[in-house]
Ligand binder design. Structure first.
Ligand SMILES: [Zn+2]
Ligand SMILES: [Zn+2]
Length: 366
């Protein structure tokens, strides 16, 4: 029997989300019905709402969810009702060339499902897209089994939901993509939610100098609390690259652009050690923009790379939840606001204004 569930529906770009009772289809073969407990608001939800990334409307946004399995479709053996789970943006289909090479973090189904017309949601008989096949701005959702991660039920769900995207992107950029080394130096450009998780990842990896860089002085306290050793506001200095060089002698071992801005990505590259520095583009640079650098910056041996979802696979997401539960890192300072689903528009307003570090919609309190 299809269910009727409450959801926040985006009917068009830049329109406020509307709370509606929508129809949710039963889980089909290889699919799982999940009752969500909490979902984070992520910047890419806002980018989709603002039409900055391709998106069909109407759509149920949301992709940072955590919840419990209610029912499974035919052929599902890895999950059972009651399992604590997290839908994850990057499936591993096991069939594509990336999955077969072990690089399941790039599974082609990620983009296929982003653009797929297949959706479990409808309203008055009309389909409503499910963002990235996850659609977590609804009390319940149906997701393919290979987009689901079984996670530690000991995690506080109103905080752990952020591990489904933002936290994993930041931790993974430091731990998986860059492989930050003990005793190393790190510069993090941009201390939004993802940048703060990069700082936490660098600290976990044992970096001893972590330089946080942000034009918002209000970010200094939290960056320093989470592991940064220095905070620089680029507005207070003549040249941020020179300042980083001054603090580290020859430049940092690892740099991260967490904003997604070509100019910052270039500064991050130039801030690294000329011989072995590694600079990572973490923030999504809008389509149509290009990166540039003086070629000599690379000739000396610097490396420049990017990190999509922190390079994390489903198994890494489960590991990061375990690390949260065992206290390797905390999330109390990252989640600044709790909302009901009816308040989801307020969450986007706070994201636009920078008022919220991260806000979370809570469906079921722990
Ligand atoms: Zn996200
Ligand atoms: Zn695949």
């Amino acid at each position: 029997m299809p269910l009727v569930v409450k959801a926040a529906v985006a009917f068009g770009p830049n329109e406020p989300l509307q709370i509606r009772e929508v129809t949710l289809a039963d889980p089909g073969p290889g699919e799982v019905l999940v009752k969500l407990r909490a979902t984070g608001l992520c910047h890419s939800d806002l980018s989709a709402l603002e039409g900055k990334i391709a998106q069909t409307f109407p759509v149920i946004l949301g992709h940072e969810g955590i919840g419990d399995v209610v029912a499974v479709g035919d052929g599902v053996t890895d999950f059972a009702p009651g399992d604590r789970v997290m839908p994850y943006l990057v499936p591993d289909c096991g069939e594509c060339a990336f999955c077969k090479s072990g690089r399941t973090n790039l599974c082609v189904q990620m983009m296929v499902r982003r653009q797929s017309a297949k959706t479990p949601f409808s309203l008055d008989g009309q389909p409503i897209a499910s963002y990235c096949g996850l659609g977590t701005f609804a009390e319940m959702t149906v997701v393919p089994v290979d987009s689901l991660v079984k996670v530690n039920p000991g995690a506080r769900t109103d905080h752990a939901c952020c591990i489904a995207c933002g936290v994993t992107t930041g931790l993974g950029a430091a731990l998986i993509t860059a492989k930050v080394t003990p005793g190393s130096s790190v510069a993090v450009f941009g201390t939004g939610g993802v940048g703060l998780s990069v700082i936490q990842g660098a600290k976990i990896a044992g970096a001893t100098r972590i330089i946080a860089i942000d034009t918002n002085p209000a970010k200094a306290a939290i960056a320093l609390k989470l592991g940064a050793t220095d905070f620089i506001n680029p507005k207070d200095v003549e040249n941020i690259v020179v300042e980083v060089q001054k603090l580290t002698g020859m430049g940092v071992d690892f740099a991260f652009d967490c904003v997604g801005h070509p100019g910052l990505a270039r500064q991050a590259l130039e801030s690294t050690n000329p011989a072995w520095g590694l600079s990572v583009c973490v923030g999504v640079i809008p389509a149509g923009q290009e990166l540039s650098a003086a070629p000599f910056n690379l000739m000396t041996g610097r490396k420049w790379t990017g990190s999509l979802m922190g390079g994390a696979k489903r198994v890494d997401v489960a590991r990061y939840v375990d690390m949260y539960v065992d206290g390797t890192y905390g999330l109390d300072d990252l989640v600044s606001h709790h909302l009901t689903l009816d308040e989801v528009n307020k969450g986007f307003e706070m994201m636009r204004s920078g008022e919220a570090v991260r806000s979370v919609v809570v469906y079921v309190a722990d």
